[in-house]
Design a binder for this molecule. Structure first.
Ligand code: ADP
Length: 246
């Protein structure tokens, strides 16, 4: 049975506030993510999910508050290969994009490689391993543009895995994805979390799936982040239902 190691804090967000110009998006947000966790961050469109993610990844600076990654203040943190990121809208590539699946995944090794180093045998081996985890090894030499949206998404997860991260963040990974592809995708995340003990944070508006898939769900509403111990609470809050059994 999979357990979370509560002694190992990977991400510690304390009292974060953030505004774009005059518009306050986040206010006093606190978030703690432990090793082995599978967290869904949900909220309606425009609630601030991507903004929070970008702050945690150091792409935006908060107005106030602090972010610690692996126990270190984000301004001192250097070891970004410990963190994998699967951005939004990786799907629907230009079909003429002239790179192979293997080359895309190799990009995930640049954090380890440095931009100007040639890929070694070990890098190739890590790329193969990552492709194997997402069941896409047979497609190594295919142009990325030839694959379906769901297959491309698995390749981008492999790219994030190739750097051997301890945590991966995924931003709205199931937008525009068909139901059966979505089910396979969630199965993959479940396996990565359980078998590799990979910590997973997924930012999504897909509350229904998170209710059954994630171990914890946090919801951004009215500029702040609320944790939900029970999935019933979450449904009551997000759908405005007083008693969902009535
Ligand atoms: P979500 O990911 O939950 O859809 P976002 O974090 O993208 O929400 O956006 C939160 C709010 O901040 C929205 O009202 C959005 O319009 C605004 N916003 C996002 N990015 C910018 C930006 N670069 N400049 C100004 N406002 C922005």
């Amino acid at each position: 049975m999979h357990t979370i190691d509560h002694t190992k804090s990977i991400i510690e967000v304390s009292n974060i506030s953030f505004s774009y110009n005059e518009e306050e998006v986040l206010k006093d947000v606190n978030l703690s993510i432990h090793k082995g966790d599978y967290l869904g961050v949900v909220g309606s469109n425009g609630s601030g999910k991507t903004t929070l993610l970008r702050i945690i990844l150091g792409l935006l600076s908060p107005k106030s508050g602090s972010v610690k990654l692996f126990g270190q203040d984000i301004s001192d943190f250097k070891d970004w290969s410990r963190i994998g990121y699967v951005p939004q809208k990786v799907i629907n590539f230009d079909n003429n994009f002239p790179v192979t699946v293997e080359e895309v995944v190799l990009m995930g090794r640049y954090g380890k490689l440095g931009l100007f180093h040639r890929a070694s045998k070990r890098d190739k081996q890590k790329v193969d391993e990552a492709l194997k985890h997402v069941d896409m090894l047979d497609y190594s030499n295919r142009p990325i543009g030839d694959l379906s949206g769901g297959q491309q998404q698995r390749v981008f997860i492999a790219r994030a895995l190739a750097g051997k991260p301890e945590i991966i963040f995924l931003d709205e990974p199931t937008v525009g994805v068909e139901k059966d592809v979505k089910e396979k995708f969630y199965q993959l995340l479940h396996d990565l979390n359980e078998k590799l003990n990979l910590t997973i944070v997924i930012v999504t508006h897909d509350i229904e799936s998170m209710a059954s898939e994630a171990m914890h769900v946090a919801c951004i509403k009215d500029n702040t982040l609320v944790f939900h111990e029970s999935i019933d609470d979450l449904f009551i809050e997000s759908h405005g239902i007083i008693n969902k059994h009535i």
